[in-house]
Design a protein around this ligand. Structure first.
Ligand SMILES: Nc1ncnc2c1ncn2[C@@H]1O[C@H](COP(=O)(O)OP(=O)(O)O)[C@@H](O)[C@H]1O
Ligand SMILES: [Mg+2]
Length: 472
């Protein structure tokens, strides 16, 4: 079973191609079959209609000939009249039995008068009950029975109908056979025309179908392309992951040695400029370190490798820690960074403490970065049974357009004010992913030029989880 699955996956592209070709053949074939079937059916139907019509014509002529019955000359005159009026007749004749055969006594072909014909068809007609007739079309007229051929003149151009019926005199005695040959050219032409039409339409339909299907097959190409792109994306993820890992080690050693030099481990540095340079190296190294950490997080998140250590935690000490860490940055910009402690006891929160620190660093860091004057306030509350962590600032705010895209990877609001501020646009994307992994939500409220408030909603520890924690 697994082997079959693997086999199918390996040959997916080929299978898709074969499927396409199969469809390209199957669908037009079905359409063609359907059309041809309908044409055949239509032909059958017209044959039935023609047959009936031929019989009706035969009966009409019989009734107009009945008055002249017995008078061969009058019959001949009548026949010639009818023949002239109707162009569809190829031949009309009246025959009387003579032995086993039939003798022509009147005919639209004058030369035939007096001829004795031994066609089986007349015998059949003679045996019909009164006012009934036989009709057959030229296609069957060539057949023979009992050594006799069915009818004559099978070689006329085009199709025709043979109609024959017995004729009775006024006393109801069978006296003669009326035989007619009616051309079916008009109807046949019409049939041919509609058949050709149908075939034309069929051809166009088939062409369109093939065209359509080949486009669909092209779509499969895109599917294949899409898969390839996904593969390349994966390779990119792996590359980022490996590269970031490899960057870490040299960074650590740069940071380590720089701080050793700064601490004076290798001798006190008197030169002010060297000290300043070392400080700059340290700042840049730390920035690079955050960037590498962010890249690592991104690749972990994208590959679903970021594992959380979810616990029931006290958030207060964590917030305090980060706030005091970032107080330096706030001070540099002459901003007030305030943590408003909640009144009373805060319940435990179900979260990963290290990742919560990261979230706080990102949010408070942003607030400090994007605030020119005023303050950054951090506070927490319980609302609707959820824990809410809020970071509010009196900063530059975010436009509605920016608010929409804020949580996208690499997205940064572009204004004159943000242009000079360093950043990658990764922080909020990572923050959102982590918050959601923890089962929480993040949203913001912001007014341009007035300030921003970010809210992270997290779950409180449930009693069961608390018990579970205690057991551990
Ligand atoms: N507190 C804030 N005040 C104003 N703008 C903000 C704030 N936080 C985030 N932003 C905007 O959102 C963008 C994305 O934030 P982030 O993902 O942290 O990227 P970065 O901080 O690297 O620019 C920032 O570039 C900034 O334009
Ligand atoms: Mg940021």
């Amino acid at each position: 079973m697994m082997k079959l699955k693997q086999f199918l996956i390996d040959r997916r592209e080929n299978l898709q191609l074969a499927y396409g070709i199969f469809l390209i053949i199957l669908i037009p074939s079905l359409i063609a079959y359907n059309t041809i079937f309908i044409i055949a059916k239509y032909n059958d139907n017209t044959d039935t209609i023609l047959n009936r019509e031929a019989l009706a014509i035969g009966r009409t002529i019989y009734s107009s000939l009945q008055n002249s019955m017995g008078d061969d000359f009058a019959t001949q005159e009548e026949i010639e009249k009818i023949y002239k009026r109707n162009s569809e007749f190829e031949n009309i004749e009246v025959l009387i039995p003579e032995g086993d055969n039939f003798k022509v006594i009147a005919s639209s072909k004058k030369d035939d008068i007096g001829k004795v014909l031994d066609f089986y068809y007349y015998t059949i007609a003679w045996d019909q009950p009164d006012n009934d007739a036989v009709a057959t079309d030229s296609l069957k007229a060539g057949t023979t029975e009992n050594g006799k051929s069915l009818a004559n003149d099978t070689d006329t151009n085009g199709r025709f109908w043979l109609v024959a019926m017995p004729m009775q005199d006024a006393n109801g005695n069978k006296k003669a056979v009326l035989s007619m040959k009616i051309s079916s050219k008009t109807v046949d032409d019409l049939t041919d025309y509609s058949r050709n039409n149908s075939l034309c339409i069929l051809l166009i339909t088939v062409l369109i179908t093939i065209l359509f299907l080949s486009i669909t097959v092209r779509l499969w190409d895109y599917v294949v392309l899409y898969k390839k792109i996904k593969q390349i994306d994966q390779i990119k993820d792996e590359f980022v992951s490996i590269a970031s890992h490899e960057l870490r080690t040299p960074l650590t050693s740069i940071k380590g040695y720089t701080s050793l030099i700064m601490e004076g481990t290798f001798g006190k540095i008197e030169n002010k400029e060297i000290n300043q340079s070392l400080e700059r190296i340290m700042i840049s190294t730390k920035r690079l370190e955050t960037l590498v950490e962010d890249l690592l997080d991104i690749s972990r998140l994208e590959q679903g490798r970021l594992s959380l250590k979810m616990e029931n935690i006290k958030t207060e000490p964590i917030i305090k820690e980060i706030v005091s860490e970032l107080a330096v940055n706030a001070k540099e910009k002459k901003l007030k960074l305030i943590y408003k402690k909640p009144e009373g006891n805060m319940p435990l929160v179900y979260a990963d403490s290290e990742r919560l620190k990261q979230i706080l660093t990102n949010l408070i860091g942003n607030s400090i970065k994007y605030t020119e004057k005023g303050k950054v306030t951090v506070f927490t509350e319980i609302k609707n049974g959820k824990y809410q962590l809020k970071v509010a600032d009196t900063g530059i705010g975010i436009s509605p357009e920016g608010q929409k895209n804020l949580f996208q990877k690499f997205y940064r609001v572009k204004t004159e004010k943000t242009e000079v501020i360093q950043g990658t646009g990764l922080g909020l994307w990572i923050t959102k992913q982590i918050v959601e992994l923890m089962g929480g939500k993040i949203y913001l409220e912001s007014i341009e030029g007035q300030g921003t408030q970010m809210t992270v909603v997290l779950n409180l520890a449930t009693e069961e989880e608390e018990k579970g924690e205690k057991k551990k």
